[in-house]
Design a protein around this ligand. Sequence first.
Ligand code: FES
Length: 159
Amino acid sequence: MPEASGPVGQDQAPVFEPKIVAFFCNWCTYLAADLAGTSRLRYAPNIRVVRVMCSGRVDPQFVLEAFAQGADGVLIGGCHPNDCHYQEGNYKALRRYHLLRRMLEQMGVEPERFRLEWISASEGERLRHVVNEMVEQVRALGPFRKCEQTEPVEEAAVR
Ligand code: FES
């Protein structure tokens, strides 16, 4: 049965509140989140931000681990192309993103659950839009269900 964690009305079903793990680059998207906060732009409180020094620092293992630990979606935010403080970290992130996204799709993970966005430090409004949009998309999908292996790999290979 899907886990519902939102408020419960008298005659209403509980609203599903997705958990989104957000890996934000220290130099841009993290500052955009800060700007959104100081500008009092309200965005969905469903994201849990992990600050990284560059989007290129996000190892694919981090994304898989986030899903394994119960995230319903993963968002990576980095500097715009040519603005990366480490020259090409965001290009590495982009290449990894496309590979990982394809792999996740083959594992049955809906593409809306994994997203990469370029958001600069001055784009607080854009950050709000991206976060709210992703939360709504993942909410519509429902809770993430891990791929369940029905039989050990060795047994399946013997047949
Ligand atoms: S420093 Fe921001 S993406 Fe590389």
